[in-house]
Write a protein that binds this ligand. Sequence first.
Ligand code: MIC
Length: 306
Amino acid sequence: MAQMRSATKLRQILADPDKIAVCPGVHDGLTARVALHVGFDALYMTGAGTAASRLGQPDLGLTTVDDMATNAGMIAGLDRNVPVIADADTGFGGPLMVARTTEKYILQGVAGFHIEDQVTTKRCGHLMGKELVDTATYVARIRAAAATRERMGSDIVIIARTDSLQSLGYDESVARLRAAIAAGADVAFLEGMRTKEQMAQVVKDLAPTPCFLNMVGGGVTPLVTSTEAKELGYKIVIWPLVGMTSVYLGMRELCRELKATGEVKERYTDDGKIDGGVRDCFEMCGLTACSEFDKKMGGTSFTSGA
Ligand SMILES: C[C@](O)(C(=O)O)[C@H](CC(=O)O)C(=O)O
């Protein structure tokens, strides 16, 4: 049976008045596997986490389109039933480059992606000193993405992000989002909101276009629960740093333990099993499914178990 495209699935969530896509941020195969295992309807591939995990660098526009598209595609391929929304930063250049970016994201099986109006040497939306391109340049990026979607017969969800709140204020940001919607964006993302009033207002001002909410721990936007986000009218809420923060804290804890004591003690579940040991991690990544597939296909690598 043909599988429904992940973008179509994401569109169904957007169209369902009872639903909101709650997306943990993931940045690699393992963080994506954990999020899938816990059971989310959609995932978010964070650019910040991709820069940190693949390059060991902060979110300053250092990743290339191939860093991002390859990472997004690997994550999207782990479970094609779960749509992946991926960060596409500025689209990585002018209209021609944005078209290439869009094509790559579509071919990688990404369900939705966001493009913003920062200059190419962008930075995290929650840092100070962001610089913007003008509205015409921004709209050309969105138009190029929409034209590429059309040319490829794709229904990938285009999310227009604006970073203009910081320097140009609310009214100009809403005007930019309206212009992006007119150019073919499906979803609006006002980055760096500072008050709950703004968070409520933008949903009303842009209705019926669905809105996207970014919950960054330690960022400038007040954090609300996913239930509150839904009550405010948001259709997608991302928690982009879930993967990056947990790897950072977990890695730091175990490194400190090893440095201080010369060993890392086993962790146990409540029922006394080793937690997070080698077998657990491999199972998380599909060990049993791999060995069963091999056997079913007539392979012999796992006849004596694994
Ligand atoms: C959403 C975001 O684009 C990301 O890369 O995950 C970042 C998150 C971050 O750097 O804190 C952003 O908000 O710019």
